[in-house]
Design a protein around this ligand. Structure first.
Ligand code: CAA
Length: 382
């Protein structure tokens, strides 16, 4: 899946979101990040442009587009502002995604139109203080009582937590059954028995919100069970298969921004009576950065294309996330090196790219978890 293979529609969407990102998102990215300011008005505009329900079918108010064009949009947005990138990605992949793929007709009609328009924001509540990588060991419980489920527990690291209206919540109904005892629920966050807990102070992506959500005897209608009882873990894993392509695209966007900034800087900066772009030491760094960014993007696009074709993509999604996240960390490190002392200051954007890159190696499954997924898939192929 190469640049030249993009359809006219995909190219048009890229142009639209690239212009929007450059003109509307980028100018406020640095200040929003420094002040931990959630870009609500940008999210509303992205909703009006159709990017908050990118692959949601049109009959439910979405844009009805393919996953690859969504991934291209996440890359362009993240190139301007990685915080905005993850707000959009968590909303589309992790909140709209499971409703589109596993929701009943009634759930789709109730939730998707407002989520797609950007009037409501979604989040994904799986992780807990003692259950991150080991997602099977969540302690949050759901107990069936008549036509309701009663949810109790503490969720953490929830992207969009303080701003979201709707959460996909995972809870155990039977600890003895392990992953097969977990169920998924669509929960309105203005319900009684829900409190937004601690807001995390983070290394990067500070314009996005990351919070705890506390459930204290929260009553959820049985109509809000997503899929069947006991299917929650598989819903979480399948959702994350798609979400990880979004994080890979975010990482590619961050790396691309750092690469472009480095090329421009190296052609302006002078040392030893020459512009530093003429030095082989700098050129070799730029060459490796360029190659890695391109390779990360190809892996990311490949995973998205497989999803669009209805093929298996679990391995490709994990490979894309692993490689793109490590590329983002490596490329942003080199970008600071090329910028020298300037790169270490907030006068230049590369220190933000460096801080933003780190989380792509952590959320939606750490790099080590991606390696477990890739190895299991590879071993099962022979
Ligand atoms: N698709 C469908 N089913 C899957 C699956 C997939 N990709 N992966 C696993 N399953 C199924 C298995 O087939 C198995 O099914 P059976 O019971 O029928 O056999 C079941 O799920 C349990 O799977 P495993 O035995 O593989 O479970 P495990 O305990 O070994 O865990 C893991 C596997 C890959 C390590 C998983 O726990 C994992 O992905 N952990 C990381 C979780 C993660 O990414 N968290 C991020 C949360 S979101 C976030 O970051 C916040 C945010 O807002 C951005």
């Amino acid at each position: 899946m190469m640049e030249t293979n993009l359809t006219d529609d995909q190219k048009m969407i890229r142009e639209l979101i690239s212009d929007f990102s450059e003109n509307e998102i980028k100018p406020q990215a640095s200040e929003n990040e420094r002040n931990s300011r959630f870009p609500s008005e940008l999210i509303s505009k992205l909703g009006e442009l159709g990017f908050m329900g990118h692959f949601v079918p049109t009959e439910y108010g979405g844009s009805g587009l393919d996953y690859l064009s969504y991934i291209i949009a996440v890359e362009e947005i993240s190139k301007a502002c990685a915080s905005t990138g993850i707000i959009v990605s968590a909303h589309n992949s992790l909140a709209c995604g499971p409703i589109v793929y596993f929701g009943t007709e009634q759930q789709k009609q109730k939730y998707l139109p407002e989520l797609s328009s950007g009037k409501k924001l979604g989040c994904f509540a799986l992780s807990e203080p003692e259950a991150g990588s080991d997602a099977t060991s969540i302690k949050t419980t759901a107990v069936k009582k008549g036509k309701h489920y009663i949810i109790n527990g503490l969720k953490s690291w929830i992207t969009n937590g303080s701003e979201a209206d709707v959460a996909i919540v995972f809870a155990s109904m039977d600890k003895e059954k392990g992953s097969r005892g977990i169920s998924a629920f669509i929960v309105d966050l203005d319900s009684e028995g829900i409190e937004i807990g601690k807001s995390e102070q983070k290394l990067g992506i500070k314009a996005s919100s990351t919070t705890q959500i506390i459930f204290d005897n929260c009553k959820v209608s049985s109509e809000n069970l997503l899929g069947e009882e006991g299917e929650g873990f598989k819903i979480a894993m399948k959702t994350l298969d798609g979400g990880r392509i979004g994080v890979a695209a975010q990482a590619v966007g961050i790396a691309k921004a750092a690469l472009e900034a480095s090329i421009i800087y190296s052609k302006q900066r002078k040392a030893f009576n020459d512009t530093i772009s003429n030095f082989q030491g700098i050129q070799f760094m730029l060459a490796e950065m360029t190659t890695k960014v391109e390779a990360a993007r190809l892996l990311t696009w490949q995973a998205a294309s497989l999803l669009d074709q209805g093929e298996k993509f679990t391995k490709q999604s994990a490979m894309a996330k692993l490689f793109a996240a490590e590329t983002a960390m490596w490329v942003t490190t080199k970008a600071i090196q090329i910028h020298g002392g300037n790169g270490y200051t907030t006068d230049f954007p590369v220190e933000r790219y460096f801080r933003d890159a780190k989380v792509t190696e952590i959320y939606e499954g750490t790099s080590e978890i991606q390696k477990i997924v890739i190895a299991r898939q590879a071993l099962s192929e022979y």
